[in-house]
Design a protein around this ligand. Structure first.
Ligand code: SF4
Length: 472
């Protein structure tokens, strides 16, 4: 896999995931099918869409053939992501030939990017809905039902879907995502997000706390606060004038219950504050793990990317994390071969990786996206084979760093939240430690269940997993 290596942006194991409904029935007799691609924000949005359709009486199905409404929640981050969607639409065409009344809707970033052009390019599509327009989906379905093509790609400065309780897509019942904001104001030159998801806006903090409390009461034991740039979360309660920054919100969620773990994603190095780091250090249940995308180790490239920090600034931020939260897990996003990147710039990226000792990284080679600032301003001039070779070097180094980091954990004991059976064997449990590392250990005769916390002694590791045994 060369063009990207899984990520927060793209959790490979979840691409194409289909909504897994509970035993609910369709009040209207109609059923929807939803398939999701892309980042965690998209998966969280599919849960909102499921909730909106559920309120209209729609039941969910995993079976394409019995669906009245087929939705595909799309991603625009790389060309390959869009090709996957086109291919999938081709497969839907065959189903639609058997079921002529079926409606097909495209949601998400690709819908926002292409707008009504999508309807011209893909004749079988009936509905196109952008990420801020999901409330209008029932009306669009009615319009499409009457034979019209229906489009709503309006971006909003206010929409946060704060009042909609998502229907959970993930079925482990232990970990859940909570969207705390939408959009992004940063304008990194390589990124489509400011154009497909609009301006940044923060969700009402009271509704976030309500959602977290309700998840805990339902048995969930870990929530991840989700946003493109969580550190710039900022909400003012108009009634009380209370200002809620990300540090305040994080602490409020952590105080819900000591048994509820809190994670967050993603941080921007320019915005993460000492205050957030101190809140993390103060609360045992806030996980000691930060995803802090560096993107490049070269100041010159960082400037071209409009990341607004230098190499030195990023390193000092990592020093600060290590100082305030010793043992904090750290991961990154890295792009190989951005416009004009020289061999020297690339070496600086490798150096930065060594300096930070990332536990894990999401690594890509640069793929120019239509409409981005980089596409308008720069020439994508690094040859593909150079990009791929640099990416291979980055991946090889990250593999070494991950193994090295895991080896350092041998002999330690970690508190692990059990998420379920290990992928390889139902005789082993799989969970994560606070640093977000996957820990696998034998079930033995201990009466443990998913959602339980257990101390695990680490006796071995692979590059991706810590292997241990439970300690009473
Ligand atoms: S911070 Fe930059 S990379 Fe991240 S979503 Fe915003 S514009 Fe895109």
């Amino acid at each position: 896999m060369l063009d990207y290596v899984t990520d927060r942006v793209q959790d490979e194991s979840r691409q194409g995931e289909v909504f897994a409904p509970g035993p609910e029935t369709a009040r209207s007799g109609k059923r929807f099918y939803i398939e999701s691609y892309g980042c965690q924000m998209n998966f969280a949005d599919s849960e909102i869409v499921a909730s909106i359709l559920g309120a209209e009486g729609y039941g969910a199905t995993r079976n394409l053939d019995e669906a009245d409404l087929v939705l595909i929640n799309t991603c625009s981050i790389r060309e390959k992501a869009e090709q996957t969607i086109r291919k999938r639409l081709g497969e839907f065409r065959r189903v639609k030939e058997r079921n002529k009344g079926m409606l097909i809707g495209v949601l998400g970033c690709m819908a926002e990017r292409l707008k009504s052009k999508f309807l011209e390019e893909e004749q079988l599509v009936d509905i196109v809905v952008g990420p801020d327009a999901y409330r209008s989906l029932p009306a669009l379905v009615k319009e499409a039902d009457s034979g019209q093509k229906a489009v709503n790609v309006l971006l909003s400065r206010e929409e946060t879907y704060g009042d909609i309780a998502p229907v959970r897509l993930d079925s482990n019942g232990i970990t859940a995502f909570i969207s705390i904001m939408r959009g992004c104001n940063n304008m990194c030159t390589f990124c489509v997000v400011p154009f497909t998801r609009g301006r940044e806006r923060s969700r009402d903090s009271a509704s976030i706390l309500r959602e977290a409390r309700s998840l805990y009461q339902q048995g969930y034991r870990e929530v991840t606060l989700l946003g493109q740039n969580v550190d710039s979360y900022y909400y003012v309660n108009e009634e009380t004038d209370e200002i809620v920054t990300f540090a305040v919100l994080l602490e409020q969620v952590a105080l819900i219950a000591p048994g509820l773990r809190v994670r967050f994603s993603t941080s921007h190095p320019k915005d993460i504050t000492d205050e957030v780091l101190h809140v993390m250090a103060r609360h045992e249940n806030i996980c000691k793990y930060i995803h802090l995308p560096v993107q490049s180790g070269s100041t010159r490239i960082l400037q071209l990317m409009n990341r607004t920090y230098t190499r030195e600034w990023y390193r000092s931020k990592v020093d600060r994390i290590r100082e305030i939260i010793p043992g904090c897990g750290l991961s990154s996003d890295i792009i190989a071969g951005f416009c004009t990147e020289t061999e020297e710039d690339h070496q600086e990226t490798l150096e930065m990786m060594r300096y930070c000792g990332y536990d894990m990284s999401y690594m890509f080679f640069y793929s120019e996206r239509p409409g981005t600032l980089a596409q308008r301003r720069y020439r994508d001039d690094v040859p593909e084979e150079t990009k791929k070779r640099r990416l291979l070097e980055i991946v090889a180094l990250q593999n070494e760093l991950s193994l090295e980091s895991n080896r350092k954990d041998i002999g330690k004991i970690f508190r692990v939240l059990i998420e379920g059976d290990s992928r390889r064997s139902d005789r082993d449990w799989m969970g994560r430690n606070s640093q977000n590392k996957v820990v696998v250990f034998p079930k033995e005769q201990l009466s443990l269940r998913p959602g339980d916390y257990v101390n695990v002694f680490i006796r071995d590791c692979t590059q991706a997993t810590l292997l241990g045994e439970a300690r009473a």
